[in-house]
Ligand binder design. Structure first.
Ligand SMILES: C[S@@+](CC[C@H](N)C(=O)[O-])C[C@H]1O[C@@H](n2cnc3c(N)ncnc32)[C@H](O)[C@@H]1O
Length: 314
């Protein structure tokens, strides 16, 4: 299947990265290289783009798309391992990073990956096909309590308890193997008259986040990225749901030196340090036109951080 993915808020991301032609940039979620292509076009021969993705199919598609550019490196890995990846390449500092979180349209549309509740497929949902944990394992082996927690924390699903209980009941008779098996269980768990599609979306999102550990190391990726960025470098992050956005907002606030001491303390005892500033207090959202042309952009938010010289806040 052809790799189709429309890069979201492309102009906003490129403007905010403030790309220096000779700089070193990281696209930590390369996907189909939509954003990467626009970045590399702004670089001179001395500039470098490092594209990272945990999905080999995405990297292959990116390689094909960017084959005319020599100053691109393709790394099969996770952006939370950024420091090690750069260290292995002999790179100490970079000039900007982009994270476009979540999954690509290609991953959703490719039925065999099992990400979509609209397509019949084995329960898989792995971004990295070499990884052991699959959605099938989560659904068929996790305890009721663990499933409930995942559905509530990662899916914000009101019927988490009922759905988890029904999964346990059904899987005792027969294992839950496919996307449609899971949809049937969800449908039979929620009260009559409620729209099952909303629950499908939330439960599939929750399982996907668990399978890929999507939120686990995001804070680390942000901290490490800021630490190894040159002064003036920009960190752009696109998020697609409130859980991701909250982590990014808090991590940027911490890096901007938000002091956590009580207001009446005369001096800072939490030793807050600032590594730079938040560029947009409110996240940037796609234009109305983009939201109409690309409905997948609707929930997207862009936050931007600029690296400055490290200093104590008080
Ligand atoms: C929304 S897509 C990126 C699309 C890309 N910006 C484009 O324009 O084509 C997200 C990509 O990030 C990858 N990904 C998600 N989490 C990752 C992680 N922790 N480390 C590396 N890649 C990750 C996914 O496999 C997917 O290909």
């Amino acid at each position: 299947m052809e790799f189709k993915h429309i890069p979201i808020m492309l102009n906003e991301v490129i403007d905010n990265l403030k790309i220096k032609p000779n700089g070193i940039y990281v696209d930590g979620t390369m996907g189909g290289a939509g954003h990467s292509e626009a970045i590399v076009k702004k670089l001179s021969n001395e500039g470098l783009l490092i594209g990272i993705d945990r999905d080999q199919e995405a990297l292959n598609a990116s390689h094909e798309r960017l084959k005319e550019f020599e100053n691109v490196r393709y790394i099969w890995g996770k952006h939370e391992d950024l420091k090690d990846i750069l260290f292995g390449m002999g790179i100490k500092k970079i000039d900007g990073i982009l994270l476009d979180l979540g999954i690509s349209s290609y991953q959703i549309d490719e039925a065999s990956r099992g990400f979509s509740y609209t397509k019949e497929a084995p329960l898989d949902m792995r971004m990295n096909k070499e990884q052991e944990l699959t959605a099938r394992e989560v659904v068929n082996t996790y305890s009721k309590e663990k499933l409930e927690k995942i559905f509530f924390d990662y899916g914000e699903e009101n019927f988490s308890k009922r759905i988890a209980a029904k999964i346990i009941e059904k899987r005792e008779m027969k294992s839950i193997e496919t996307t449609s098996d899971l949809c049937d269980v969800i449908r039979s768990s929620i009260p009559k008259g409620k729209d099952a599609v909303d629950s499908f979306k939330r439960i599939f999102q929750a399982i996907r986040i668990e399978v890929n550990g999507e939120l686990k190391d995001l804070e680390k990726a942000i901290k490490d990225g800021i630490e190894i960025m040159n002064e003036g470098g920009r960190f752009c992050i696109l998020t697609f749901h409130s859980l991701e956005d909250r982590i990014v907002k808090n991590a940027f606030n911490d890096a901007a030196g938000k002091c956590t001491c009580p207001k009446d303390f005369p001096v800072c005892v939490c030793n807050a340090k600032s590594f730079g500033k938040i560029i947009n207090k409110k996240p940037i959202i796609p234009s109305e036109e983009e939201q109409i042309n690309n409905p997948r952009s609707k929930s997207c938010k862009l936050r931007v951080f600029e690296r400055e010289k490290e200093h104590p806040v008080r």
